[in-house]
Ligand binder design. Structure first.
Ligand code: NAG
Ligand code: NAG
Length: 502
């Protein structure tokens, strides 16, 4: 708990603050109070929650021959010399996907796929420069540029004709075989060759990733690119593998709760003067799947200039004995990444506020707290063995946004903002997982009482009215792992990362 007992100079009431002085408005006449009313407690259903679904960015295949140029700023190698190596059937294929993050970074996902059920793999990209023409239809026809290339294919792929059970997986990324900028797997059952035209005709049928990819590793994150080829060495020093998720969301001025005397015996309006979040979250992760079962799923998340704000405005007229509500102001999809058929990372940000108060008087109050988290905060979450999850430096730094008020007889207010950042992982063939960081941040409790003293308050004889404020601020940061709420609700694991009760 951060306890603040203050007679803050900024709280001195004058005509400049919200337009009226305390002496002009004192306690409400008792006639306005309905003593039988009791508390309003409950869930407020807000009228205009901002809901937004963001489209995912689809990562595009990066050929291994291009990767070097991306990462090192060098011209792509001509890889006509890749034959015959490019034709070899393998039991491990590395598939690299990426997308420009910003001017000098690449959002990247590396999939290392292992062959399953004795079906070896080959990526068409590795021998593509040796082909003249590729046609996918009833069969897959590959016309090679040279006898050397053709002979290499015959030599390496002959295995498929040796036995009926011999089959291999061809991963194709060619306009005739696959949707644009995607890789599509084909199951190859047999091969025919035409020596005169250097053409191989494969008996190949399109397969689904979920049927052939049952054992793989996937790493995702952001890779910084060198500004120039010369900066290569320097750039290599700050390769950091993360995907940034922009958390900047602002809600200004909506009334989040209101009730009028007719219904309750008092007027109460609560608005979010400035609520929201700022900053980014850098995320990287590793997933290992073996035989359709997730063996490892770890995520590293680190905030960058993260801030959560809560500045509320309260207008009261009457005696509100125990008003309480909570509301969701935002539920926003933040735009994740996906590899069609293989992997989706979908981040969302929810922003909830809660408020409870006992108020008496006729007053307008505004108060707020800003909380920031150090850029050194790191969460290393292990979603398979969540108790191994590590977190460091999540203790927030709290800064108060000064009180403003025109009058108050007595008020005891507790309010909190609760941004929740959730990451949903959808990995082929597996139920979706969700990792969520729930930040009850900031939570503030303030007891206010008006002071009036003809001799001056706060050591200033010119001021005749002031407000005494005792405020305490609490924080509660909780990490949870659950099955995706939409498909299979339930929390698997929950742990408080940081708690400082109010
Ligand atoms: C993907 O692989 C490339 C090349 O090996 C490497 O430079 C990069 O850091 C990897 N990216 C991720 C996110 O693991
Ligand atoms: C603030 O705390 C002091 C000391 O505990 C107490 O005397 C005072 O009444 C409190 N003020 C309010 C407004 O609750």
């Amino acid at each position: 708990m951060v306890f603040i007992n203050a007679l803050v100079a900024g709280l001195l009431l004058g005509p400049g603050v919200l337009g009226a002085s305390i002496s002009a408005r004192t306690a409400v006449s008792k006639n306005n109070v309905n003593p039988s009313l009791g508390a309003i407690v409950g869930e407020y259903v807000p009228k205009n929650v901002r809901r937004q679904v963001a489209a995912h960015s689809t990562l595009k295949p990066i050929k291994l021959s291009q990767l070097d140029s991306f990462l090192n700023g060098r011209a792509a190698k001509r890889d006509t010399d890749s034959a015959p190596a490019g034709f070899v059937l393998t039991d491990k294929e590395k598939l690299v996907y990426g997308l420009a993050g910003d001017a000098n970074s690449l959002v990247m996902a590396n999939v290392t796929l292992l062959s399953t059920n004795g079906k070896p793999l080959i990526n068409m990209e590795s021998f593509e420069s040796s082909t003249k023409n590729v046609v996918c239809g009833e069969t897959m026809t590959l016309e090679f540029i040279s006898k050397e290339a053709f002979d290499s294919a015959v030599a390496e792929w002959g295995w498929v004709n040796e036995d009926e059970t011999h089959e291999f997986i061809m991963i194709a990324n060619h306009e005739s075989c696959s949707p644009a900028d995607q890789r599509t797997p084909y199951l190859v059952l047999n091969a025919d060759y035409d020596e005169d035209t250097f053409t191989a005709t494969l008996d190949a049928t399109r397969a689904e990733w979920k049927d052939i990819a049952n054992t793989f590793d996937l790493d995702f994150g952001k890779v910084k690119l060198p500004a120039t080829a010369i900066s290569r060495r320097a750039a290599a020093a700050h390769y950091d593998d993360t995907v940034s998720i922009d958390l900047t969301q602002t809600v200004r001025n909506p009334v989040i709760f209101s009730t009028t005397a007719g219904a309750s015996g008092f007027d109460l309006t609560v608005s979010c003067l400035d609520c929201g979040t700022k900053g980014t979250l850098d995320v990287s992760g590793h997933i290992a799947v073996k035989g359709f079962s997730v063996e490892e799923l770890s995520v590293e998340a680190s905030p960058d200039n993260f801030e959560a704000r809560l500045q509320i405005g309260v207008k009261v007229n009457g005696r509100a004995p125990n008003a309480a509500f909570s509301a969701q102001l935002l539920s926003v999809g933040l735009g994740g990444i996906d590899i069609p058929g293989i992997f989706t990372l979908g981040p969302t940000l929810d922003y909830d506020v809660g408020f409870s108060a006992t108020l008496e008087g006729t007053a307008e109050i505004s108060y707020g707290v800003r909380a920031t988290i150090s850029n050194d905060a790191v969460l290393k979450a292990d979603l398979i063995n969540p108790s191994n999850t590590q977190f460091t430096n999540w203790s927030p730094i709290i800064q108060q946004i000064p009180f403003q008020l025109n009058a108050v007889a007595k008020a005891s207010i507790t309010a909190f903002a609760q941004p929740t950042v959730a990451l949903t992982f959808d990995v082929i063939g597996l139920p979706a997982f969700e990792a969520a960081l729930k930040l009850k941040l900031p939570e503030v409790k303030a007891d206010l009482s008006a002071l009036a003293n003809n001799g001056g308050v706060c050591g200033n004889s010119a001021k005749t009215a002031g407000v005494q404020v005792n405020a305490s601020i609490g924080v509660d940061i909780t990490f949870s792992v659950g099955a995706d709420a939409a498909t299979n609700p339930g929390t698997i694991f929950e742990k408080q990362l940081f708690v400082s009760p109010i």
